[in-house]
Design a protein around this ligand. Structure first.
Ligand code: DSN
Length: 419
């Protein structure tokens, strides 16, 4: 029997099916992407999308909140429990809004924020020049060390003392090493700044206890819910009790109107999934897979920023291979391996055509792939890089990729892929 979507809008139905097929028939290495479970997908596609719920449980501006209040309370409690935080707000639409809300809760426009430079692995909203965060706030950006590719805390402390920021942001979107949030907390205290920690990428590793949590050392912790945490597309803030009121006000009514209740519902389900031994095993495997992939790439002579990885992510500096990041990303895509081109620290090339490639292992780990498959993927990447202008070889790798994918099915969806 045809689904309602298939009957009503065959064009969109067909496109969703094509995307489902693409997602199942490719090796997705974008480190911020994943596959949610069928349960999360069902909650996300539920009737909660029909409900407005401006405000917070027990304090709404619309009636009919018997269920929404319970769902938001459950989502919040689960988030608080797994992150061991005093307070959680699960309403941010995504990570960028969550970061804006964290700043709005703590400081005033015109104050100074200090975050990791985008071209060294930070996020746009950590004060990068094209982000409104650098218009609303004065922005100071810290780099990673040009020698080690790692955070240089002496330099960060020196910059903080010189610029007296009101907020120091820890966290990254393209940093392959574990971050010492305690030192960030110490530096922030030394200069009288608040510490905001953005753990969007590593939240799943933090919940699983693989990376140290910033919660004890940060005033506010911001995260997305869809990366290693493997929930729906959304954002979340965790904070100390003293900031709870300001954080809530910054999200609503400060930056947002009604929360997306279908997303909150799916976040609740994802937080329950994250509170299981299976999730811990998945998170451990993410890191094992990343390390295996990195080790094999090193064997093939790839230059990795910082020399390897402690987390889910690998940043390849392609300058020694003389291949632009974009060219390799596009060739890999033709071989059904999906990555993203990325700047590397000190990159002489522009962000639109940078020298690096960013890859990660959350999505392949969710499919059940382990170290042998991670090594196999490194071999695929090397074969494509070595034959970057040879379409026949790239096509052959694409066939092998498809075969590998067929052995590791993705979580089911209501619209099935074409195999
Ligand atoms: N969070 C970013 C990423 O890492 O892909 C996008 O904003």
């Amino acid at each position: 029997m045809k689904t309602a979507l298939e009957q009503y809008d065959p064009q969109i139905y067909e496109l969703i099916k094509q995307e489902a097929t693409r997602q199942s028939g490719s090796i997705r290495l974008i480190p911020s992407e994943n596959y949610v479970s069928k349960a999360v997908m069902q909650a996300s596609g539920s009737c909660l999308t029909n409900k407005y719920a401006e405000g917070y449980p027990g304090r709404r501006y619309y009636e009919g909140q018997h269920v929404t209040d319970l769902i938001e309370t459950i989502a919040t409690e689960r988030a608080r429990r797994i992150f061991k935080a005093d307070h959680a707000n699960v309403q941010p639409y995504s990570g960028s809004v969550a970061n804006m809300a964290a700043y709005a809760a703590l400081i005033q426009p015109g104050d100074t924020i200090m975050g990791l430079s985008l071209v060294h692995g930070g996020h746009l909203t950590h004060g990068w020049k094209v982000s409104v965060t650098s218009r609303f706030y004065k922005s100071v950006q810290y780099p990673v060390s040009s020698e080690t590719g790692r955070l240089d805390f002496d330099h960060i402390r020196e910059l903080a003392k010189k610029n007296s920021p009101k907020v120091i942001v820890s966290g990254a979107t393209a940093y392959p090493r574990e971050i010492d949030f305690e030192i960030f907390g110490d530096i922030a205290k030394e200069v009288g700044a608040y510490h905001v920690s953005d753990i969007a990428h590593i939240a799943g590793l933090v919940v699983a206890g693989i990376h140290k949590s910033p919660v004890p050392y940060a005033d506010v912790v911001s995260t997305t819910t869809h990366k290693t945490l493997r929930g729906p597309r959304g954002g979340m803030l965790l904070c100390k009790a003293e900031h709870a009121g300001n954080v809530d006000k910054a999200v609503f009514p400060g930056l947002q109107g009604g929360p997306h209740m279908h997303t909150l519902t799916a976040i609740a389900v994802a937080m329950a999934e994250a509170d299981t031994p299976e999730f811990v095993a998945y998170a451990q495997q993410i890191v094992k897979n990343a390390k295996a992939l990195a080790a094999k790439l090193l064997e093939y002579g790839f230059d990795l920023v910082s020399g390897g990885t402690d987390n889910h992510l690998i940043l390849i500096d392609l300058r020694n291979k003389n291949i632009p990041g974009k060219k390799l990303a596009k060739a890999l895509d033709r071989a059904r391996i999906v990555s993203n081109y990325n700047t590397v620290p000190g990159d002489p090339a522009p962000p639109s055509n940078p020298s690096g490639l960013r890859i990660g292992t959350p999505a392949i780990t969710t499919r059940g792939m382990k170290e042998p498959e991670a090594e196999q993927i490194a071999t695929f990447i090397n074969t494509v890089a070595e034959n970057i202008d040879n379409e026949a070889v790239i096509e052959q790798v694409g066939k092998e990729t498809l075969l590998l994918c067929s052995q590791f099915p993705v979580p089911e969806h209501f619209i099935k892929n074409d195999g």
